[in-house]
Design a protein around this ligand. Structure first.
Ligand SMILES: [Zn+2]
Ligand SMILES: [Zn+2]
Length: 144
């Protein structure tokens, strides 16, 4: 298991991720385009594998999927750090750009590809999902 660390632009918020991400995706939903001016690269992680320190501010919005999304930002520099969906409270969505080592992960899917702009650079080698992806399958494990 690799432990990953990261922080916001100013460093007031930092985090430690103690488990492998369940999925790594490039999201082209319109909300992500507002935040990033492009697709966003996100790690879907188990909430209990993520430890965050620092003060986050929150913005709530209903997404195209119909789920209420809580987006959390550094209260000082405004960096978007993570998000949480009302439909899947056991997961967090972590922005890959805040990782101390962004090359330690690799996206494997474009999601909400139908709303990507004409000029978007979508890696054709990645799985393409036009809208909301299915939730990840439970990891094969010995857990009861
Ligand atoms: Zn900050
Ligand atoms: Zn998105």
């Amino acid at each position: 298991m690799t432990e990953r660390t990261g922080r916001c632009l100013c460093g007031a918020v930092s985090f430690t991720l103690s488990a492998e991400p369940l999925a790594v995706r490039v999201c082209w939903c319109r909300d992500c385009q507002h935040l990033a001016a492009n697709g966003t690269v996100n790690l879907l992680v188990a909430a209990d594998a993520l430890t965050v320190s620092g003060t986050l501010s929150e913005f709530l919005k209903t997404a195209d999927s119909g789920n209420e999304i809580s987006r959390q930002f550094c209260a000082t520099c405004g960096t978007h750090v993570l998000a949480r969906s009302s439909a899947r409270p056991q997961f967090r969505v972590l922005r890959a750009g805040n990782l101390d080592e962004p090359s330690s992960i690799r996206p494997n899917m474009n999601i909400w590809a139908a709303s990507a702009p004409d000029w978007a650079c979508l890696d054709q080698a990645l799985e393409r999902i036009e809208q909301q992806p299915l939730p990840p399958k439970p990891a094969p494990s010995a857990e009861a």
